[in-house]
Design a protein around this ligand. Structure first.
Ligand code: ARG
Length: 457
């Protein structure tokens, strides 16, 4: 079932019609399509295309169609070309000839762009809410682990000791930027193209600002060609979702590593792990792995859209119908991943003792030894060398820095005193790093307070 055909002598091949129809994908825009049509009919009323009585009938019927779809009374028929066709055809079936007036001054080109933007605006709000829930979980874990010490890594080699709270709050910062990006793209999504027509606007005097206000858009588009052919907002959104997935994937990678026998920093909850069909002892971090794996399809959607758009002359081209499948999939994927990830990390048990012990290996306090000598007046480049020589000595004698005798220390620098042991204790190393953005519990509390303010904004 289609909305056109007057100029055709022959029927569309069934295979071709099915190939080009999109209702199986765009059916989820039914609500936006109906709300868009209600607003459009009010605007048609203002410019005299529909009288008051007609407008009321159209609106009443459209509201009933919406209710019937939502209550399962009316099935969206897959024989229709797209959701716009289905809604218009159903309206006409119900109120007769009057239904045929609703498309005056409108094209599916500006209609679909409007529906799509409305839908995405709401989805962005849901995504932001999911990310905020994740952020709250990270704050909870951080507050419980202000003094939990673990080693940080660079190049996957032990580097310097940190607190687990600081580690978690690093991810908080990433997801905070994700929230900010989503709120920014929402400004560009909430622009109304309706009134652009097929590409050249319309001869009817539509009050676009009025429609814009009815539909809750922030502004209207100011060029009808661009209005129907812009998909930048969808590209930006899938790019933002790609970054979210990249962040989740990094976190998952960390969780997968930390749950290995070799690390044993965490224990995954049974509820978020699965077993092996052959190896009875296995407990695998499948949820984390699957989130890492699903990152690829979200990147894919971003590339799909960029490639789809790259050679399109103005204005609408049918290629653009491919936009929705890619965007819907990336939103569905990101939402599912953020939701399950939040539950998963809340269930993780942190092996604090193991983290602390591991942070004491690997000479993670060597920088602090160098800093100690800086405070005694030696330039850092010099103290870096001395500390390196002491580390070499310690490796040779199979000792930690804290196990070296004061006499041995003095053989490298006679400025080293007894207080060295306190100064290079892992706890001191962390607690002294209390500058803004540092890992000390004292500094992380301040970050957490800033974070809470952000979430309450
Ligand atoms: N199903 C189409 C899409 O999603 C709607 C717009 C179609 N316009 C057209 N002239 N064929 O892009």
């Amino acid at each position: 079932m289609k909305l056109w055909g007057g100029r055709f002598e022959n029927q569309t091949e069934k295979a071709a019609f099915d190939f080009q129809s999109s209702i199986h994908i765009d059916k989820r825009l039914y609500k936006e399509d109906i709300l868009g049509s209600i607003a459009h009919s009010k605007t048609l009323n203002k410019c005299g295309v529909l009288n008051d009585d007609e407008t009321n009938k159209v609106i009443k019927s459209l509201n009933e169609i919406l209710d019937d779809i939502e209550n399962g009374v009316l099935d969206i028929g897959m024989e229709y070309e797209d959701i716009h066709t289905f809604i218009e055809a159903t309206l006409t079936e119900r109120i007769g000839e009057l239904g045929k007036k609703i498309h005056t001054g409108r094209s599916r080109n500006d209609q679909v762009a409007t529906d799509f933007r409305m839908y995405l605006g709401k989805e962005v709000d849901l995504l932001v809410q999911l990310l905020k829930d994740l952020e709250k979980a990270l704050i909870t874990i951080s507050e419980e682990n202000l003094d939990t010490i673990l080693s940080g890594y660079t190049h996957m080699q032990k580097a310097q000791p940190l607190t687990l709270a600081h580690y978690m709050m690093a991810y908080f910062e990433m997801f905070k930027r994700d929230i900010e990006r989503l709120l920014e793209v929402k400004n560009r999504i909430m622009i109304m193209p309706l009134g652009s027509g097929a590409l050249a606007g319309t001869t009817f005097d539509l009050n676009r600002e009025y429609t814009c206000q009815l539909l809750g858009f922030e502004d209207i588009t100011y060029n009808s060609l661009d209005g129907v052919s812009d998909r930048d907002f969808a590209i930006e959104l899938t790019s933002d979702l790609s970054i979210i997935m990249m962040h989740l994937s990094r976190f998952c990678e960390e969780i997968i590593l930390w749950s290995t026998e070799e690390f044993s920093y965490i224990e995954m909850d049974d509820g978020f792990s699965t077993g092996s069909s052959i190896m009875p002892q296995k407990k695998n971090p499948d949820v984390a792995e699957l989130i890492r794996g699903k990152t690829g399809r979200v990147y894919g959607s971003n590339i799909t859209l960029l490639t789809m758009m790259k050679s399109l002359p103005l204005a609408y081209n049918k290629d653009m119908q491919e936009d929705k499948e890619a965007v819907f999939d990336s939103i569905d994927t990101a939402k599912a991943c953020i939701g399950i990830f939040t539950e998963m990390i809340m269930s993780i048990k942190f092996n604090k003792e193991r983290m602390l012990i591991a942070s004491e290996d690997g000479y993670t306090n060597a920088t602090d030894l160098a800093d100690y000598l800086v405070r005694k007046g030696i330039p850092f480049r010099e103290t870096h060398k001395i500390s390196g020589q002491i580390v070499q000595f310690a490796i040779k004698h199979n000792k930690k820095l804290s196990e070296i005798s004061i006499e041995s220390f003095k053989s490298f620098s006679n400025l080293i005193e007894d207080d060295i042991y306190k100064e290079i204790s892992i706890k001191t190393c962390v607690n002294k790093r209390k500058l803004i953005g540092g890992p000390a519990g004292e500094a992380v509390i301040k970050s957490i307070n800033r974070a809470k303010k952000f979430l309450n904004k």
